[in-house]
Structure formats: structure tokens, C-alpha cells
Ligand binder design. Structure first.
Ligand SMILES: [Zn+2]
Length: 276
């Protein structure tokens, strides 16, 4: 064997060894997750979520069991960080984990692989950024300070930010749920959201496009819509807002947007309209 073949052989062996190491790490992680999922779910935890999370109360018992298992994994793998004086206690961790994990039910869970940390603020937070002014006159193009108020954010890599008062406002059947909203973005950002639907469901691209265009038009014309107008911002927001309504106002969505409801039912493999 010449040096080239030896080098190629070594590289191939190295590749196989590396693949074996990854496979071993993956199976260790899967064993650890299976053990976590099988752990008992404390009654005290159940009482806390029942108190803070109306969505949890609607979930059928067999799905609740699966949810509890996913929550154990989520709580073991994700770090919660309190911001601006908000402390992280069981109520914060469980309320957020319960709703984030609803989006993982009934399919092989990936547990938001690009997410490491959840930052929790006590209330909505304002961020000041310097942007170029788009006003005409002498200010055109000048840098001005713009203030934006956030109830939550989902970063492309590493983090979700949530305002605790907005989390507590979520889940009352009016279509608003900031936890579902931000974690739907996480599914998208982890390659499992709207893009995956285009790949896995032949009808999704057509349904999504049609529903999104119709919705944008209705919002522009000032019509009353069955979903939050914020969904008309862009396709990513439409997916996040549609996810909120799918779980929070499922009966209304099924009646007003039957095709969208069906597409989301196929994607999430859940039928929340049948839970009530
Ligand atoms: Zn959003």
C-alpha cells in the first residue's frame, strides 16, 4: 500500500471510530432519557401545574403521563436563568416545562436540540436598539434609539426569553400563549417546524401559503380574524401564532380554518379540539 492508501485507510478508520463514539454517546443519552422519563412524577408538581397552567388541565390522562416523562428530561437538560430579580423556583420551571413539552407529545422527541437556556424576566422587558431613521427630512438615515417591548423571544441558537407575567397570562382559551409561541419558533429554528411540514406533508406548503395570504389580506383590510393579527407579520410568526390558537382555541380554529387545523393536527399528531 502506498502512503496515499495508508492515509485514506487511516482516515476511514478514524471516521468509523468517530461514528462509533457518536453512536455510543447517543445511546448513552437515550438510556439516560428513558430512565428520566420513567421516574415518578411528584404530586406536588402536579398541583403546581394545575394551579398555573389551564392548558395542562385539558390534556387527556394518557397524554399527561407522556408529558410528565418529557418534562423530567426537559428539566434535567435545560438551564433556567432568572433575570432582573426574578428567582427560579419550581413554579417557574414546571409551568414553562409543561407547556414547552406539549409540543413534543406523540412523536419521537428531540427536546429542542439547539436550546440550552431559558431566561425568565419578571415582566415584559424593553430593549433599546439604535436603528437608522426612516423618516424624511433631516433625520433620514440618522441613528435613532428605538424601544421595543417583549413578552418573549426565541433565539436561533441557545436561548428562549420569557416574561413571567406574560407566562401567567397564557392559556386562558383566548388564543394567547407566549410559551407555546416561543417554543413553536424553537421547533422551526431546530428544523422541525414549518419547513419540516413542507417536507413531510405534501399538502402543507399549499395550505400554509393559502391560509397565510388570506390571513394577511384580512388583517390588512381590518377584518375581524379568528387568530391574533400578529401572525400576519411573516410566515414564522404565522406558524407560531397558529400553534397558539391550535392549542388554545382549537374548536374555533377548526371551524374557521379547517384546513389549517387539519395540517397542524397531522403535524403535532394531536387533536386538541377533541380534548374539551
Ligand atoms: Zn414570534
Amino acid at each position: 500500500m502506498g502512503p496515499l492508501w495508508i492515509a485514506l485507510g487511516a482516515a476511514a478508520a478514524g471516521g468509523i471510530a468517530l461514528a462509533a463514539i457518536f453512536a455510543a454517546a447517543r445511546s448513552r443519552r437515550e438510556r439516560r432519557r428513558a430512565a428520566l422519563r420513567a421516574a415518578p412524577f411528584p404530586d406536588e408538581w402536579r398541583r403546581i401545574i394545575e394551579g398555573t397552567t389551564p392548558l395542562y388541565r385539558r390534556i387527556p390522562p394518557e397524554l399527561k403521563r407522556e408529558l410528565h416523562g418529557h418534562m423530567h428530561v426537559f428539566l434535567a437538560e435545560k438551564k433556567f436563568v432568572g433575570c432582573r430579580g426574578r428567582t427560579i423556583d419550581d413554579e417557574v420551571r414546571l409551568t414553562i416545562a409543561a407547556q414547552a413539552c406539549v409540543l413534543l407529545l406523540n412523536r419521537p422527541p428531540r427536546y429542542y436540540p439547539t436550546l440550552d437556556e431559558i431566561f425568565v424576566h419578571p415582566t415584559s422587558y424593553v430593549r433599546t436598539s439604535r436603528v437608522a431613521s426612516d423618516e424624511f427630512g433631516p433625520a433620514l438615515g440618522d441613528l435613532i434609539e428605538e424601544e421595543d417591548s417583549f413578552a418573549g423571544e426565541s433565539w436561533e441558537r441557545g436561548g428562549v426569553v420569557l416574561a413571567w407575567d406574560e407566562v401567567l397570562e397564557s392559556g386562558y382559551g383566548d388564543g394567547y400563549n407566549v410559551v407555546l409561541h416561543e417554543f413553536a419558533h424553537q421547533l422551526d429554528q431546530g428544523g422541525e417546524g414549518a419547513h419540516a411540514m413542507e417536507r413531510d406533508f405534501a399538502d402543507w406548503a399549499r395550505v400554509f401559503q393559502e391560509e397565510y395570504s388570506r390571513f394577511k389580506k384580512a388583517v390588512r383590510r381590518g377584518k375581524r380574524t379568528a387568530m391574533d393579527e400578529y401572525g400576519a407579520t411573516d410566515p414564522a410568526e404565522f406558524f407560531a401564532v397558529a400553534t397558539e390558537h391550535f392549542f388554545e382555541t382549537p374548536g374555533r380554529m377548526r371551524a374557521k380554518h379547517p384546513e389549517l387545523y387539519k395540517a397542524l393536527r397531522d403535524y403535532y399528531r394531536l387533536d386538541p379540539a377533541a380534548w374539551d
